[in-house]
Design a binder for this molecule. Structure first.
Ligand code: 13P
Length: 341
């Protein structure tokens, strides 16, 4: 596998004005979202939901790559076509979540370390054989009283870099996702400080472990005040703080930056991404795009409710959100024409 293949794939994932679609929720997370809407929490229902997404007409216009969960990449649609092939046929590069989840970090109450390195070389080879050309690993950093600890930042950054190096060895583009959570009542400034510290360590580890920056994507959080903070900053303030943080910490060689949505409303996630691209377009060394799960899927899931009669309307809701975010990437999103925040 040549470095050029990694670079070509990484660029293709964020080509034009496209973004990525995260549809890689673990069974537990997917079931939780289904339960809230009274949808059965079964393998069949999860398959139906993922089929609705992957076959949505027009999805490939705005989505360059979609991240699958292990269960989904092994499933087929009702027509008997594997999900990776359905996506590839729609012009969407298939990807795979390869971490096995955030587990409690020993000696550090309230903090986690993401697991999944054992056997990863073999699993990557298997996933590549099933058509996956890129992968995702999410490290989680919580802000709280005395948190995050230095230990939490170090172990998660180290694991992200080990994962990324293994991916590139297998010819698979790594999406490196260090997520600073928006849970809590901290300020925008505190999130900026923690995100900067985390990204500095992540890139130090990526460098130390020889990861090719041109052949990877970064999937960061936006710099936001905590969900419980009494001060909710403006869209412009979030855009400015986020871009300032990224410009300080993310090398220009990185192929692209694609945000997670992290619990923001669909409309705010689009508006903030648009503001970044409007205000900083000429100063950004990397494409700044989206890799949302909730902020793209939730309106469609609300419309579907597990009922086959709602598939078409749910697909329209899904594709509408991908188009909003595609426009946001161009800096052309019009919040007035979108639903209320
Ligand atoms: P959200 O956009 O819902 O945060 O999910 C993105 C993701 O892939 C988390 O790992």
């Amino acid at each position: 596998m040549t470095a050029q293949t990694l670079i070509d794939t990484a660029r293709a994932l964020v080509a034009g004005d496209k973004g990525l679609l995260a549809m890689d929720e673990s069974n537990a997370t997917c079931n939780k979202r289904f339960a809230a809407l009274g949808i059965p929490q079964t393998e069949g229902a999860r398959r139906d939901w993922r089929e609705l997404i992957a076959t949505a007409p027009g999805l490939g216009d705005s989505i360059g790559g979609a991240i699958l969960f292990d269960e989904t990449i092994r499933q087929k649609t009702h027509a008997g076509v594997p999900f990776a092939k359905v996506l590839a046929d729609a012009g969407i590069i298939p990807g795979i979540k390869v971490d096995t989840g955030a587990k409690p970090l020993a000696g550090h109450p309230g903090e986690t370390v993401t697991e999944g390195l054992d056997g990863l070389r073999e699993r990557l080879a298997e996933y590549a054989g099933m058509g996956a050309r890129f992968a995702k690993w999410r490290g989680v950093i919580a802000i709280g009283d005395g948190l995050p600890s230095r230990a939490c930042i170090d172990v998660n950054a180290h694991a992200l870099a080990r994962y990324a190096a293994l991916c590139q060895e297998a010819g698979v583009v790594p999406i490196v996702e260090p997520e600073v959570l928006m849970d809590g009542s901290h300020s925008l400034a505190r999130c900026a400080q923690v995100t900067e510290e985390v990204l500095r360590e992540v890139f130090a580890q990526l460098s130390a472990q020889g990861v090719l920056l041109e052949g990877m994507l970064l999937k960061p959080n936006m710099v936001l005040p905590g969900q419980g903070s009494p001060v909710q900053d403006s869209v412009e303030a979030v855009a400015d703080a986020t871009v300032a943080c990224l410009l300080r910490t993310v090398p220009a060689a990185v192929a692209g930056v694609a945000f997670l949505s992290g619990g923001q409303s669909a409309q705010l996630a689009s508006a903030r991404l648009a503001a970044m691209n409007t205000r900083f377009k000429s100063r950004l060394p990397w494409p700044l795009t989206f890799s949302f799960s909730r902020a793209v899927q939730q309106p469609a899931l609300d419309a579907w409710k597990g009922d086959a009669a709602n598939v078409a309307v749910a697909q329209q809701a899904l594709v509408f959100r991908t188009r909003c975010n595609r426009a946001a990437r161009r800096g052309e999103y019009d919040a007035q024409k979108d639903a209320p925040r």
